[in-house]
Design a protein around this ligand. Structure first.
Ligand code: CDT
Length: 303
C-alpha cells in the first residue's frame, strides 16, 4: 500500500475587500489543521487568493491585473510556502497567473503542486474555460473566464510526488472525460482540483437543483473510469451575492465518496488515500492495454 493522508481544504466566500494576506492567513490556518490531523498533502481551491472576479465586467486593465499573480511565491504567498516546509506538508493551490511572454501579456487560470519541502513540483493551466468572452445581457452575474484567461498551454501533465503519480485539473475541467483519461493514460494515482461553481451558471433554472449532483457525478465517474483518486475542493457560499456550491469531496478509485464537507465555509476534510487502491481496476475492467480500442476513438480528436 502507498498511503497519502490527504486533506481537501474547502473555502467559504472571499469578499472583494479581503486582501491576499487575509486569504493566505485562512489557507495557513487550514494547512495547520490538516497537518494536525496527520496529513501530508492539502488541496486548496481554484483562484484561492481572491474573490471569483470573472463574475464582473472589469474594463479597467489595472483593476483586472490586480487579481493576478505575477510571481509565485510572491511576498504575499510566501507564508504559505514557508509554513508548508516548516510543517512538512505539500499543497495544491489555484490562482490567476499573469505572465509576459515575448512582450505579450498572457493570463491563465493556474494551479501548482508544492511538495513537503515547499518546492513547486507541478504546474497546470486550465484547459476547459467555461462561460463567455463578452458580457451577457440579463444575467445577475457574468462568467467571463473566456475574456480574462486564455486556454492553458501545458496539456494535462502529471508529476511524481507523494509516492505516486499526481495530476491536476481546475473546476470546469472536471466535467470532461478527456481530462481524466489523458492523465489516466499517464498512470495518474490522484487528480486534484479546485472549483468555483455558481448556482445558476447555465442560465437555465431547471438545472440549478442538479448542480451538486453533477459536481459529484463527474468526479466519481472520472475517478472510477481511470482508477484514480479525485480530490475536489470548493470555494462556496454566498460570495458578493453569488452563491456557489460546496460539497467538496475525496473520491476513491472505486468511485465512492470517502469524505465530504457539510458546511459552506472554510472546512477541512481528510482521508487516508491508498494510491494502490486503483490497482484492482487497472488490472481488471480498466486494464487500458488490454481493453481500450483507440482505433475507434479517432473522432474525439478529429472534431
Ligand atoms: N469556475 C468554473 O469553471 N465554473 C464552472 C461553472 C461555470 S460555467 C458558466 C464549473 O464548471 O463549475
Amino acid at each position: 500500500s502507498r498511503y497519502v493522508m490527504t486533506a481537501s481544504a474547502q473555502m467559504g466566500p472571499i469578499s472583494k475587500s479581503e486582501t491576499r494576506a487575509d486569504a493566505v492567513k485562512r489557507l495557513v490556518e487550514m494547512m495547520r489543521e490538516a497537518k494536525g490531523r496527520g496529513c501530508e498533502l492539502v488541496v486548496f481551491t481554484e483562484l484561492a487568493l481572491t474573490t471569483f472576479f470573472p463574475r464582473w465586467v472589469i474594463e479597467d486593465e489595472a483593476e483586472l491585473d490586480s487579481y493576478y499573480e505575477t510571481e509565485m511565491p510572491s511576498a504575499a504567498t510566501l507564508p504559505l510556502f514557508e509554513e508548508a516546509s516548516k510543517l512538512g506538508i505539500g499543497f495544491y493551490l489555484g490562482y490567476a497567473e499573469l505572465v509576459i511572454e515575448n512582450g505579450v501579456k498572457r493570463r491563465y487560470n493556474t494551479s501548482i503542486l508544492v511538495d513537503q519541502t515547499g518546492t513547486i513540483i507541478g504546474k497546470y493551466r486550465k484547459v476547459h474555460l467555461p462561460g463567455h468572452s463578452e458580457p451577457q445581457e440579463g444575467r445577475a452575474f457574468q462568467h467571463l473566464e473566456k475574456a480574462y484567461f486564455e486556454p492553458g498551454d501545458l496539456g494535462f501533465p502529471v508529476c511524481r510526488g507523494f509516492g505516486g503519480v499526481m495530476g491536476m485539473a481546475i473546476c470546469n475541467d472536471r466535467r470532461w472525460p478527456e481530462t481524466y483519461r489523458v492523465m489516466g493514460l499517464q498512470g495518474v494515482d490522484m487528480v486534484m482540483l479546485g472549483y468555483n461553481t455558481p448556482f445558476g451558471h447555465t442560465g437555465k433554472h431547471e438545472t440549478d437543483a442538479l448542480t451538486n449532483f453533477h459536481n459529484h457525478l463527474s468526479m466519481q465517474a472520472g475517478a472510477y473510469q481511470n482508477a484514480t483518486w479525485v480530490v475536489g475542493t470548493a470555494k462556496c457560499g454566498d460570495e458578493e451575492g453569488s452563491v456557489m456550491g460546496g460539497q467538496s469531496v475525496i473520491v476513491a478509485p472505486s468511485g465512492e465518496i470517502v469524505a465530504q464537507s457539510y458546511t459552506m465555509e472554510d472546512e477541512v476534510i481528510t482521508a487516508k488515500c491508498d494510491l494502490d487502491a486503483g490497482n484492482i481496476y487497472r488490472e481488471t475492467v480498466f486494464n487500458f492495454e488490454i481493453h481500450r480500442r483507440p482505433e475507434h476513438y479517432g473522432l474525439i480528436v478529429e472534431r
